[in-house]
Write a new protein. Structure first.
Length: 508
């Protein structure tokens, strides 16, 4: 689908008519393909300026933006910097503090000092400082699966899908109704087959009050269109909620078709509550991965597709252990009607052997009934409080960590020569306190890092009295030792500071 602001529609005569492309737009599609291809190796900001120029020359800036949005999904942007930007900023800011940067000359001096510490020239430091910012990301590759004609075909399909996101009811007639019924069931939509004078019609709908309140099924309607467009002799009519006014949208096989390749899907959400929650949760640093629309859950003779799932994945854990870890399902109950609540509660009663959280709107007063069916209810009003969900997940996490700790042996032998306690704890899915309490017959604990004696012996041979601290830090970093203070102390050295110009390693 496209973004809502890319939607091109005419409301002439009180209708709802999408503005599809035609043959005259092929040259524009070819030109935009060329713009992306011609900017490989350039910053994103340079590419966006070229697209802005194309908007000025085109008959519709929305058309250019919509086509560009599809092409951007075929592009790969990378952060290209000789020095990791975060490290470059840290060292540059530390150097700036030493010279109290006010003038351009002092700025140059600070960059020069940072370059000396990082082992690169000042220009490289400056280039690396903000290379991770979006406008500075580099278009590394562009491999479109579409030519100009297929791009226009995909645009028209995406345009119609975007319009259907605001649908409250969809009615379809086609020569292959069984195919549509199968797709509707897979998408978890409610439907009925009606016999009309024009033939059998599939009506995909739900309780009126539900749709007027949430547009909950809008995304599923858009996905259904792809299946419809692959059938023959079809006609789709939809009731669109156009900013509070109902309008009629009609589509036929003459309007859209399905290109030969699948588009890159972007995450979409059925309601603003879900979108806001997902954005807030993903901004946090937790040991849980958010999954949109996980696999269906069996609920007797029907299936239920929860809105989200949380996979327990501690940072640093290996892929196989993550795959075997715990999953918690999450459903957001919004503006449900009493009839729909009864159906949903019936489903929840039949969901067994899974962990399920249900965020329930306080106006529904259904929390007790949900918990009576063995699931955790999280009341909310207006929006789901991320903290409440995180608190519930941490209860599961505490149990998982405790179980993992019980399974660990008394003595551990990590494979790595050097590994931090936090990394090891994450790999085992336990707390740092648990791994710290174990014994390590082949490692020595230096600060908060486990190190094999052979590594310490090698470092002892390479370090020398009078060595610059920056040189010693680089040497330690080569062995993945980030706590320079603890490592130098263990090896019998201290740091002698010389004002703000740096430090020197001295034997104790």
């Amino acid at each position: 689908m496209l973004r809502k602001e890319h939607l091109r529609v005419s409301r002439a005569g009180g209708g709802y008519h999408l503005q599809f492309t035609d043959e005259c737009h092929r040259s524009l599609a070819a030109s935009l393909l060329g713009v992306f291809q011609g900017h490989i190796g350039e910053r994103r900001a340079v590419l966006e300026r070229a697209l802005t120029e194309a908007e000025r020359e085109a008959e519709s800036f929305k058309l250019v933006r919509g086509l560009a949005a599809l092409l951007e999904r075929e592009a790969t942007f990378e952060i290209q910097a000789a020095v990791p930007p975060r490290r470059a900023r840290r060292v540059a800011f530390e150097s700036a503090e030493a010279v109290s940067v006010v003038t351009a000359e002092e700025r140059t001096e600070a960059l020069s000092r940072a370059g000396d510490r990082l082992g690169v020239d000042p220009g490289t430091v400056e280039q690396s400082l903000y290379a991770d910012r979006e406008p500075n990301q580099i278009l590394a590759s562009f491999e479109p699966r579409w030519g100009p004609a297929e791009l226009l075909e995909q645009y028209d399909l995406s345009l119609a899908q975007t319009a259907l996101f605001d649908a409250t009811e969809v009615r379809v007639r086609c020569a292959e109704p069984a195919t549509l019924v199968s797709a509707v069931k897979r998408l978890g939509l409610m439907y009925e087959l009606r016999q009309t004078d024009a033939g059998r019609e599939l009506v995909v709908t739900g309780p009126d009050s539900l749709f007027r309140s949430t547009r909950r099924y809008g995304t599923a309607f858009a996905r259904l269109l792809r299946t419809v467009a692959k059938t023959t002799e079809w006609r789709l009519s939809a009731t669109i909620d156009d900013r509070g006014r109902e309008r009629e949208l009609v589509l036929t096989e003459e309007d859209i078709s399905v290109p030969g390749v699948e588009p890159v899907a972007e995450p979409t959400y059925d309601s603003a509550v879900e979108a806001k929650f997902a954005a807030s949760f993903q901004s946090l640093d937790t040991d849980w991965n958010l999954v949109r629309e996980p696999e269906p859950l069996e609920t007797g003779t029907r299936v239920m597709i929860p809105d989200f799932a949380f996979d327990y994945a501690p940072a640093g854990a290996d892929a196989q252990s993550v795959a075997d870890r715990f999953r918690v399902y999450f459903e957001i109950a919004g503006f449900w009607t009493p009839e729909y609540i009864e159906k949903k509660l019936s489903q929840l009663a039949n969901v067994e052997d899974v962990a399920l959280l249900v965020a329930v709107d306080e106006s529904l007063a259904a929390s007790e009934e949900i918990e009576a069916r063995g699931h955790r209810a999280i009341p909310y009003s207006g929006s789901v409080r991320v903290k409440d969900v995180v608190d519930a997940l941490r209860e599961f996490e505490s149990e998982l960590v405790a179980d993992a700790a019980e399974r660990l042996p008394t003595a551990l032998v990590p494979e790595a020569d050097v590994v931090s306690l936090s990394t090891l704890a994450a790999a085992y899915g336990v707390s740092v306190d648990v791994v710290e309490s174990k014994t390590y017959p082949e490692h020595e604990l230096v600060g908060r890092t486990l190190v094999r004696p052979a590594v310490l012996a090698s470092l002892a041979a390479e370090l020398a009295d009078g060595m610059a601290l920056s040189e010693a830090e680089d040497l330690l970093a080569e062995h993945d030792l980030s706590d320079a203070s603890a490592a130098l102390s263990r090896l019998g050295y201290r740091v002698e500071w010389e004002g703000l110009s740096g430090g020197t390693v001295r034997e104790k």
